[in-house]
Design a protein around this ligand. Structure first.
Ligand SMILES: *[C@@H]1O[C@H](CO)[C@@H](O)[C@H](O)[C@H]1NC(C)=O
Length: 436
């Protein structure tokens, strides 16, 4: 039956294609006959219409009219907050991933599902929307995590949508993990790992919308090795003193937009790491947290590349940093073509900072090499500094920062401290690196 439909579709497609070709060539002939340019362009428009109609038809015939819904409750998930629902989720995933057409994998609203670490892998046959309308709650037993590095992972799933429907919550229950961090408890060693709450790995065409993520064990949302990603309307929260709970962590990812989101956490609101390109951040509210960061780049003498980052529209309040670029001494590579604009900062400790001497390890040695920072524009940034340094460019003497532009910057309450930075002031700038 399915085979017969496919054949029919292919035949119809071919017939339509032939028809549109004939039509188009006849129009072109008409165009030549009368030597009217208008005719030629009319036929071009007509041809485009035909193709659009054809595309719509093919899409409609290949995809089912209404998506199939696979609910985790059909696979025995209890959602009472106490029963381990991991197996039910894995089985529901298997079903949803192997079905044809558009599939919604539903996590019903009003329930709380207790989960161990899970890796949900693709590729999937279906075009999947995971509807997290209820709450996912992380197990607090260490033995429920395979290597202590991830809680929920989507791996190798293309065209995936995760929709929280504004009620959906992903809760890492991080407290027990935070207590054993050396950043909280100085008596502990700094080698203790903690899981990332939600990881998207190796996916093309990913959307994450309307989701709440909170109290992750460590990083809250991590997007790794993905391309064509849209994250919007997410709310990410954890206490200011929760260690390493980066809000949205982006690494090795190309063409990503993060917009209309609120992030208040214990580490960077958004961190952009090596291998990321064409990153757009719009309409972000951040605080508490460590601000919006590019880096750390070049740790352990590594080569790092980040380019094409635009942060356009952000409000940061009470954060440790505003917009930051941080690189480790001893690294190499470049961080380039970066724009920070239309940003409001209130009571931020380091509103604008480039730190090429960053180090949060026990010891970092003086090194000659550094990740080159170049072409960074700060435009229309205003607000107040919570420390007496509002602008800090602490660049490497061997690889000075190049092409730094300050354009309409007005940060009150602090001065500028600039070393080894090639800075151009455009528009009104306060404070300035050079005292004129
Ligand atoms: C400057 O940035 C603020 C946000 O901080 C925005 O409201 C304003 O419209 C921007 N001004 C211009 C001229 O773009």
């Amino acid at each position: 039956m399915a085979r017969c439909c496919q054949l029919l579709t292919i035949f119809l497609l071919w017939a339509l294609l032939m028809l549109s070709w004939c039509e188009a060539s006849r129009n072109i002939v008409n165009g030549y006959d009368h030597s009217y340019l208008r005719f030629k362009s009319d036929s071009l428009i007509k041809r485009r219409d035909d193709t659009t109609r054809l595309k719509r038809f093919v899409r409609a015939s290949l995809r089912s009219p209404t998506p199939t819904t696979v609910s985790v409750s059909d696979f025995g998930a209890k959602g009472d907050g106490n029963t381990d629902d991991t197996e039910a989720f894995v089985n529901a995933w298997k079903k949803a991933c192997s079905s044809n057409g558009d599939v919604n994998l539903l996590v019903p609203k009003g329930n709380t599902y207790l989960l161990k670490s899970i890796r949900l892998t693709g590729p999937c046959k279906s075009i999947l929307t995971v509807q997290i309308f209820g709450a996912l709650s992380a197990s607090q037993k260490r033995s429920d995590y395979k290597d202590f590095s991830k809680w929920l992972t989507f791996d190798g799933v293309n065209s995936l949508t995760v929709d929280g429907g504004t009620t959906g919550t992903v809760d890492g229950n991080g407290e027990t993990w935070w207590q054993s961090s050396c950043k909280r408890n100085k008596a502990k060693t700094c080698t203790t790992k903690a899981p990332t709450a939600l990881t998207f790995y190796n996916s093309k065409n990913l959307r994450v919308n309307n989701l709440r993520v909170k109290n992750a064990q460590q990083i809250q949302i991590s997007i790794e090795k993905c391309s064509n990603v849209q994250v919007s309307n997410v709310v990410v929260t954890a206490p200011a003193d929760s260690p390493n709970t980066d809000g949205i962590h982006i690494t090795n990812t190309q063409n990503i937009q993060v917009s209309k989101s609120f992030i208040g956490t214990g580490d960077d609101c958004i961190s952009i790491e090596s291998g990321s390109q064409n990153v757009k951040i719009n309409d972000i509210t951040c605080g508490p947290g460590h601000g919006i960061s590019i880096g750390s780049l070049g740790d352990d003498n590594s080569k790092a590349f980040v380019s094409g980052v635009t942060v356009d529209g952000a409000k940061l309040s009470g954060t440790d940093n505003g917009v930051r670029i941080k690189t480790y001494p001893g690294g190499s590579g470049t961080a380039s073509n970066i724009i920070f604009q239309n940003i409001q900062m209130d009571n931020v400790k380091n509103p604008i900072i480039i730190d090429q001497h960053y180090c949060d390890k026990s010891k970092c040695t003086e090194e000659k090499s550094a990740v080159q920072v170049k072409n960074v524009v700060y435009r229309n940034i205003s607000g107040t500094s919570a420390s007496d340094i509002a602008i800090k460019f602490d660049c490497s003497s061997d690889y000075p920062c190049q092409g730094i532009v300050l354009d309409k910057v007005n940060i009150r309450g602090g001065k500028a401290s600039c070393s080894n930075a090639n800075v151009i002031d455009k528009g009104a700038v306060l404070p300035q690196c050079k005292i004129t």
